[in-house]
Design a protein around this ligand. Structure first.
Ligand code: ADP
Ligand code: GN1
Ligand code: MG
Length: 369
């Protein structure tokens, strides 16, 4: 069976309307396999859908994960305000299978799911325009605000210890020790950079443990291409990639977003001398996020926002470096040493933010509400 025939067969399991026309790979996520599927009606009018093969090596309890998404999306749909809808903001919507389930498991054990395609909107991997980041911050802030009363204990942890930075460092040390591909010698400086910051990196995890910051329902993967922005108005249209929605910290979401959009170059850019904090983008995202979510945050959360940006960037660098040492099993790579390039980039960003912590704090203070 060709890939196209396989996709067509999978599509036939879902309640898509019309006749299958085509399926093509879509987006540049690092985890799942995503396809844009087109169906046509009798007049050849096309309707698009998103079809995804969930990465079940990453998400081991795929059934529990799909239950999380079902519950969270239906809750969000009941909470979204008329004003938000009027502004074009929408909730990601699952499309059921013909057997009325939210996923289809094929005979090779792969899990497939489908979503309504959000039209005329884009998830930007690198946003040039600061206003886009204001809109992205507002959308992620609104998302978290809408979930602020959701019972966190009813959600499963789709990846155990996902943002447990203490555990992430343990994994790095294990990978350095095992060094299965003899890659450690090539990145001694990066390993040292990370390990010298191990103590500070545990601040958020310890803060949750001690109750200094509250546990909330959070997105946990607030990379900037996980919010679709309207192609015409630039406004936030839909928060996507809900696989990691689970109990977490608001600081994870803020910090991870700054990690992904607050630098002058892309996540895998190699010209590190050009990598600086882009304060215009930093401020735009912060303003949007705090306008939507600031009222919910405690003083301790507000205080730790800039530190969270540093910690989440460090954590991601540690994850890229660990994956590089282990043989690139987790993140999709598109060139040689891709994960090492990404790790170096994240660590340079950490270094820059450490030098700019005072300026970042001043910006937070401007929007403290
Ligand atoms: P991954 O976990 O691999 O990042 P995502 O769920 O983020 O997977 O999807 C990958 C990409 O597919 C996104 O960055 C976005 O460009 C696109 N995408 C996902 N869902 C939709 C949707 N409902 N409508 C339009 N585009 C989507
Ligand atoms: C992955 O799935 P995607 O591409 O949106 C990863 C994030 C990382 C990010 C780095 C489930 O995000 O945690 O921060 O790559 N998602 C998962 O680009 O591990
Ligand atoms: Mg994604």
């Amino acid at each position: 069976m060709t890939k196209e025939e396989k996709l067509k067969q999978v599509c036939s399991q879902f309640t898509f309307k019309g006749i299958f026309d085509e399926a093509e790979p879509y987006g540049d996520g690092h985890i799942n396999d995503t396809f844009k599927v087109t169906y046509v009606d009798d007049d050849k009018k096309p309707t698009q859908y998103i079809l995804q093969r969930v990465n079940h090596l990453v998400f081991k309890n795929t059934v529990g994960l799909m239950e999380n998404i079902e519950h969270v999306t239906s809750y969000l749909s009941s909470r979204i305000t008329k004003e938000q809808q009027a502004e074009g903001y929408e909730i990601l919507t699952l499309i059921k299978t013909k057997g009325d389930k939210s996923y289809f498991q094929d005979d090779e054990g792969n899990f497939w799911r489908a979503y309504v395609f959000v039209k005329h909107a884009t998830g930007h991997t690198f946003a040039e325009d600061a206003n886009m980041l204001y809109e992205a911050g507002k959308a992620f802030g609104q998302f978290q605000h809408l979930l602020s009363e959701y019972p966190a204990e009813s959600l499963i942890e789709t990846i155990e210890g996902f943002h447990n930075t203490i555990w992430r460092f343990k994994n790095l040390k294990h990978a350095v020790h095992e060094d299965p591909l003899l890659r450690a010698d090539q990145c001694r400086e990066e390993i040292q950079f990370a390990l010298s910051r191990e103590e500070i990196a545990s601040t958020l995890v310890r803060g949750l443990e001690s109750g200094a910051i509250p546990l909330r329902v959070t997105h946990n993967d607030t990379k900037i291409n996980n919010v679709l922005l309207d192609d015409t108005t630039g406004k936030g249209r839909c928060v996507i990639d809900l696989d990691t929605v689970m109990p977490g910290s608001a600081l994870y979401d803020y910090g991870d977003a700054i990690r992904s959009c607050g630098s002058t170059i892309a996540e895998d850019g190699e010209n590190l001398e050009d990598l600086k904090v882009n304060f215009e983008k930093y401020e735009a995202y912060t303003k949007g996020f705090l306008e939507a979510m600031g009222r919910n945050l405690t003083p301790q959360e507000m205080k730790w926002l800039p530190l969270a940006a540093i910690i989440m960037t460090l954590e991601c660098g540690v994850r890229f470096l660990t994956d590089y040492l282990e043989g690139d099993n987790y993140f999709k790579i598109h060139k040689e040493n891709h994960n090492l390039i990404r790790a170096r980039n994240q660590f340079k960003f950490v270094d820059e933010m450490e030098k700019q912590l005072d300026v970042m704090t001043e910006i937070i203070n401007k929007y403290w509400r």
